[in-house]
Design a protein around this ligand. Structure first.
Ligand code: DHB
Ligand code: FE
Length: 280
């Protein structure tokens, strides 16, 4: 049977991808961040699964504000990096895993999660930057990818609790996939940040630390944070953290925290990353 080996949470700040694409990672501003990536990349090098389920959000790139779905699974053979205004990032195509993706669709629908299904999906920085953070600049991504897109852009958004329950259902779905493959699950976005408006620049290290602590030890607590609390305490775009709840829900109740990294600022954002392995 398929088996989830670990979960990763990471911010997806587009500037991180741009720093890599433009050879700026040794500059003083970026150097502490990439130093913090080193142990994370070492872990990923030693723990490549067959498939990564990447829970991410589109930033009105492939979707438009006139046409949004709450939860979408990509079931295609491959996915193309999107053009976000500067041409597509020169990173490898993402190879999909249609068999597991369709199994997820069917299992989740049977559990009353009404998933949208995308045969083709151009993926923006929400998906490609986490891949670059984990795997650097390979000629090919080392694992297949199932993109799972969550609407955190166009209100009304799914609740933090719904995201956690979706993750739990994904955990059950993977466990019932008959092939002996290994699976990673990634929650992306966050941590605290707000990009526009009067409160642009909000970061909240106390909120972020509590969220990361709870992710390991008390994930139910994170599942009961309201949208208002996220927006008030972690900024409008801090709401992206609900996607980490999908990742956490898919893991076992007990997990081992393998690595944590937190750094301010990265662009306007508090950067956070965590790796959690299932405790059998
Ligand atoms: C930034 C962060 C994001 O999550 C995003 O989607 C776009 C920009 C930033 O901090 O620059
Ligand atoms: Fe974002």
């Amino acid at each position: 049977m398929a088996k989830i080996i670990a979960g990763m949470g990471t911010s997806h700040v587009p500037g991180v991808g741009a720093a890599m694409d433009n050879g700026k990672t040794d500059e003083a501003y970026w150097q502490p961040l990439f130093t913090g990536f080193a142990p994370l990349r070492e872990w990923h090098k030693n723990n490549v699964p067959d498939v990564n389920i990447i829970v991410f959000n589109d930033h009105a790139t492939s979707y438009s504000l006139d046409n949004y779905s709450t939860f979408t699974i990509g079931v295609g053979e491959e996915f193309t990096p999107a053009d976000e205004g500067w041409g597509p990032r020169k990173v490898p195509q993402l190879k999909g895993h249609p068999e597991l993706a369709w199994h997820l669709v069917e299992s989740l629908m049977a559990e009353e999660f009404d998933m949208a299904v995308a045969a083709s999906l151009e993926v923006d920085h929400g998906c490609t930057v986490p891949l670059s953070i984990a795997y650097d600049q390979p000629d090919e991504w080392p694992a297949a990818v199932i993109p799972l897109c969550v609407n955190v852009i166009q209100h009304p958004l799914p609740t933090a609790l719904r995201c956690y329950k979706l993750g739990q259902a994904i955990g059950r779905a993977v466990a019932s996939f008959p092939d002996d493959i290994t699976v990673g699950i990634w929650g992306t976005g966050g941590l605290s940040h707000q990009l526009g408006g009067e409160r642009a620049g909000v970061v909240n290290p106390e909120f972020d630390k509590r969220f990361l602590d709870n992710l390991t030890a008390d994930p139910e607590a994170n599942a009961h944070i309201s949208h208002t609390e996220f927006i008030r305490d972690a900024g409008c775009e801090g709401i992206e953290m609900i996607m980490w709840n999908v990742m956490r829900g898919a893991l076992n109740d007990k997990v081992n925290e393998i690595y944590r990294f937190y750094h301010i600022p990265v662009s306007a954002t508090a950067y956070g990353a965590i790796i959690l392995e299932n405790n059998e």
